[in-house]
Design a protein around this ligand. Structure first.
Ligand code: SDX
Length: 434
C-alpha cells in the first residue's frame, strides 16, 4: 500500500477509500468520491475563514508561526531588513531572486518612470471631502487608475502585466501622498526622480516651499525598512482578496483596490491605527493593568496582538522595535512607547495571553514609529498598503501563471428554506424577522 495515503472508512456505507497525501495536505476534491448513493453530491471540506485550508501553492513567502520565522523567496526577513533597500526586496518578491546591480538600476528606472499620475487623478481626488479617510481615498484612486490605461485588462500578456506592475509600484506612493496632501489642503508635490523610493515619498508628503526636498537619511532608512517588513505575508486576508478578484481576470488595478479594501479592516492592516487609539485610551503606564483586565474580561481586544499564523513573536515586530529606537534618536522618544512596552511586558507574562499564544504583531509598534515620524494615524494603513502592493502583485501574477488555478468559487452548506410556493401579495402576512 502507498504509505502517502489516508484510508477513510465511511461508516454510513462501510466503504473504505484511499486518499493521497502530498505536501501535508489532501485534495478536498478527492473527498467527493465518498457518497452514500449515486444521487449523493459527495463529501466536501467545511472550513470557515480557511483556518486549515491551503488555497494555492506559492514560492513567494514562507512563515513558520511556531518558530516566528519569515522568509521572502528563502531570504530571512532579518537579513533583508538589515542589508537591502525596499526596491531590491520588491524585485526579489516579484522576480524570485535578488537583482544584480544592473537589474536593480533598470528596475529602479522602470519604477521611477511610473511615479507620475495622470492629471485627471487630481480632479478625482478633489471630489473627496477634506476629512475623507485616506484609506478610502487610496482604494478608490487605485481603482480609478484602471480608467487611464486601455491595455489594463490584458492580464494574460506578460509584457502588459510587467508594465502594470511597474505602474502600480511606482504610483502607489504618489497616490498615498496626494491623498495626504488633499486632507491637509496642501498643493500636490510632483515626484522627484533624483530621490530614492522612500525619499521621494517623503518629498511628495512633506515638501513645502523649499526648492528641493532633503529627507532625513535615518528616517528615510527607517521607512525603507518598514516597507521591507510589510511587503508580503503569504496568504493573509488581503492577499486572498487579491487572488480571488484576480482569478476572474479582473485588471490588476481593481484587484489591488480590492486587496487594499481588505487590508483596511481593523483586524488586518487597520490594526496599526487602532493600536494608537488604544494607547491614547490607556493614557498612561499606570492605567495599563486595568486595561489588560478589561481585555481579559472580553471587553475589547489588545490591538496589535495576536496572529492567525504566528503563535510566537512576530519577527517583524522585533525589527520594528529596533527601528523605533533609530527613529526616536531623530524625533525624540514618543511617550506612547512606554505604554506599549508596559502593555507588552504584562501581556507576555499573563496566563490569558500566554495560553492563547498572543504576541505583538507587525502592527503593534509600527504605528508608534509612524506617529513619531509625523504621520497622522489615519495614514498608517496607507503606509502598510504601499509596500504590500508589491506582495499583492506577486501573489496575483503567481496565481495567473499557476496552471492549477481557475476562478475562485467556493461551495457552501445551505441552511435556508426548502422549496415553498409564492403567496399572492394580498394574502401575505408579516412574519417575525429572523
Ligand atoms: C495583520 O494574516 C496575516 O499575515 C496578517 C498580517 C500581514 O502581514 O498580512 O500579519 C497583518 O493583519 C496582523 C494582525 C493585526 N490585527 C490585530 O492586531 C487585531 C487584534 N488581533 C486579533 O483580532 C486576532 O489576533 C487576529 C485577527 C489577528 C487573529 O485572529 P484569529 O486567528 O481568528 O484568532 P481568534 O480571534 O480565533 O483568537 C483566538 C483567541 C480568542 O479567545 P477565545 O475565544 O479562545 O477565548 O484569542 C483571543 C480571541 O478572543 N484573541 C485576543 C486577541 N486576538 C485573539 N484577545 C485579546 N486581544 C487580541 N488581540
Amino acid at each position: 500500500m502507498d504509505k502517502n495515503t489516508l484510508s477513510i472508512t465511511d461508516n454510513r456505507t462501510g466503504k473504505t477509500y484511499s486518499v493521497a497525501v502530498s505536501d501535508g495536505t489532501i485534495r478536498t476534491m478527492d473527498l467527493r468520491q465518498i457518497k452514500t448513493d449515486a444521487e449523493d453530491f459527495g463529501l466536501m471540506g467545511y472550513d470557515p475563514a480557511f483556518m486549515n485550508t491551503a488555497s494555492c501553492r506559492s514560492a513567494i513567502t514562507f512563515i513558520d508561526g511556531e518558530k516566528g520565522i519569515l522568509r521572502y523567496r528563502g531570504y530571512p526577513i532579518e537579513d533583508l531588513a538589515e542589508t537591502c533597500s525596499f526596491l531590491e526586496v520588491a524585485y526579489l518578491i516579484l522576480h524570485g531572486d535578488l537583482p544584480t546591480e544592473d537589474q536593480l538600476n533598470e528596475w529602479a528606472d522602470q519604477v521611477r518612470h511610473h511615479t507620475m499620475l495622470h492629471e485627471t487623478t487630481k480632479k478625482f481626488l478633489e471630489g473627496f471631502r477634506y476629512d475623507a479617510h485616506p484609506m478610502a481615498m487610496f482604494v478608490s484612486t487605485v481603482a480609478a487608475l484602471a480608467t487611464v490605461y486601455p491595455d489594463v485588462r490584458k492580464v494574460l500578456d506578460p509584457e502588459v502585466r510587467a508594465r502594470q506592475i511597474a505602474r502600480l509600484v511606482g504610483k502607489v506612493p504618489t497616490i498615498a501622498a496626494y491623498c495626504y496632501r488633499h486632507s491637509l489642503g496642501y498643493p500636490y508635490v510632483y515626484p522627484d526622480n533624483d530621490l530614492s523610493y522612500t525619499e521621494n515619498f517623503m518629498n511628495m508628503l512633506w515638501k513645502m516651499v523649499e526648492p528641493k526636498y532633503s529627507a532625513n537619511p535615518a528616517l528615510a532608512r527607517a521607512l525603507d525598512v518598514l516597507f521591507i517588513l510589510h511587503a508580503d505575508h503569504e496568504q493573509n486576508c488581503s492577499a486572498n482578496a487579491m487572488r480571488a478578484v484576480g482569478s476572474s481576470q479582473a485588471d490588476p488595478f481593481l484587484a489591488t483596490a480590492a486587496a487594499a479594501a481588505a487590508l483596511s479592516g481593523p483586524l488586518h492592516g487597520g490594526a496599526n491605527e487602532e493600536v494608537l487609539k488604544m494607547l491614547d485610551e490607556i493614557g498612561s503606564v499606570a492605567n495599563v493593568p486595568a486595561y489588560v483586565e478589561k481585555v481579559k474580561a472580553g471587553k475589547g481586544k489588545l490591538m496589535g496582538f495576536g496572529h492567525r499564523v504566528y503563535k510566537n513573536y512576530d519577527p517583524r515586530a522585533r525589527i520594528i522595535k529596533w527601528t523605533a529606537d533609530r527613529v526616536f534618536e531623530v524625533t525624540g522618544r514618543n511617550p506612547k512607547l512606554d505604554i506599549a512596552l508596559e502593555l507588552e511586558r504584562i501581556a507576555l507574562q499573563d496566563e490569558y495571553f500566554v495560553t492563547r499564544k498572543l504576541y505583538p504583531n507587525v502592527d503593534f509598534y509600527s504605528g508608534i514609529i509612524y506617529k513619531a515620524m509625523g504621520f497622522s494615524p489615519d495614514m498608517f494603513t496607507v503606509l502598510f498598503a504601499i509596500p504590500r502592493t508589491v506582495g499583492w502583485l506577486a501573489q496575483w501574477q503567481e496565481m495567473l501563471t499557476d496552471p492549477e488555478q481557475k476562478i475562485a468559487r467556493p461551495r457552501q452548506i445551505y441552511t435556508g428554506q426548502e422549496t415553498r410556493k409564492v403567496v399572492p401579495l394580498e394574502k401575505r402576512v408579516a412574519h417575525a424577522v429572523v
